[in-house]
Structure formats: C-alpha cells, structure tokens
Design a protein around this ligand. Structure first.
Ligand SMILES: Nc1ncnc2c1ncn2[C@@H]1O[C@H](COP(=O)(O)OP(=O)(O)O)[C@@H](O)[C@H]1O
Ligand SMILES: [Mg+2]
Length: 135
C-alpha cells in the first residue's frame, strides 16, 4: 500500500488503538522513510501524550501513560546482538506492552515469529511512502 503522511499517521494510530499486549512491531526502512513518525502515531493511538524522542543512545525508551506500555527501540547504533540480551529485550518483547523497533532488520534474528513487520520505502512522489506489512 502507498501512503501519504496523513495516511501514515492514521495507520499508526489505528495500530496503537488496536494493538494487543505483547505485540512487536518491527519497522524496516531507510533513514527518513518515517519510522519515528510511525512510532509517534502508534503512541498517540495508545493514548500516550508524552513527547516521543528517538532513543538512539539508550536503545529503548519506555512510556507508561497510555492504554498499554510502549517500548520504543531504536537499534540503529547497536554493535552486537548481545546488547539486546544485556538490556533484557525478552522482558519487553514478551511482556504486556507494545514494542516498536526502528531499524528492526539489524536484529532480525531475535524478532518473535509473530512480530508485525512493516517495510517502508520511498514512493515516487514527495511525501509518498510504500508500505509492505506482514503479520
Ligand atoms: N508518508 C509519509 N510517512 C511518514 N513520514 C513522512 C511521509 N511523508 C513525509 N514524511 C516526512 O519524512 C520524515 C520522516 O522522518 P522520521 O520519521 O524521523 O524517519 P525515520 O525515523 O525513518 O528516519 C518526517 O519529516 C516526515 O514529516
Ligand atoms: Mg527514526
């Protein structure tokens, strides 16, 4: 599916409104394709009103003010998959919250089998993005 920015935001909000506990949403796409934008919309759909900022330097940030906890991962700077074990990723992925992972292709080996995978690419027109989702 192809989405402009408004549709991206609507799609993310709907994911946030409907996500079940323990959902892992894996976002895969180049810089600037809209992974953080998508995460912010998911957060809004969960009813989180905190400002969402990229957790680039600490890998994961937790937000507890919504319907379910949100665990926002940005694994862009991960050196080694061991860092995920060190931060106890399993407690997040298999816990009661919703995990959203930016740059999830870097940790593909440890994504749960039932993770929702969203691949985002640039479309031809400005503001257009191509989404491929597997559930
Ligand atoms: N259809 C779209 N979906 C998501 N973001 C879009 C779209 N069109 C334009 N943008 C813009 O692209 C940028 C995406 O940035 P960001 O979400 O930080 O990307 P990433 O986290 O993937 O690096 C934002 O400035 C956003 O406003
Ligand atoms: Mg980002």
């Amino acid at each position: 599916m192809i989405k402009n920015q408004n549709e991206t935001e609507e799609f993310g909000m709907e994911l946030g409104r409907t996500a079940a506990p323990g959902t892992v949403i894996a976002l895969i796409g180049d810089l600037g394709t809209g992974k953080t934008t998508m995460t912010k919309s998911i957060a809004r759909g969960l009813g989180i009103d905190d400002v969402i900022t990229s957790p680039t330097f600490n890998i994961v940030k937790e937000y507890d003010s919504g319907r379910l906890p949100l665990y926002h991962f940005d694994v862009y700077r991960i050196g080694d998959i061991d860092e995920m074990y060190e931060l106890g990723y399993e407690e997040y992925f298999y816990g009661q919250g919703v995990s959203v992972v930016e740059w999830a292709d870097l940790i593909e080996d440890i994504l749960p089998e039932d993770a929702m995978i969203i691949r985002i690419e640039y479309g031809e027109k400005e503001g257009e993005r191509i989404y491929q989702c597997t559930f």
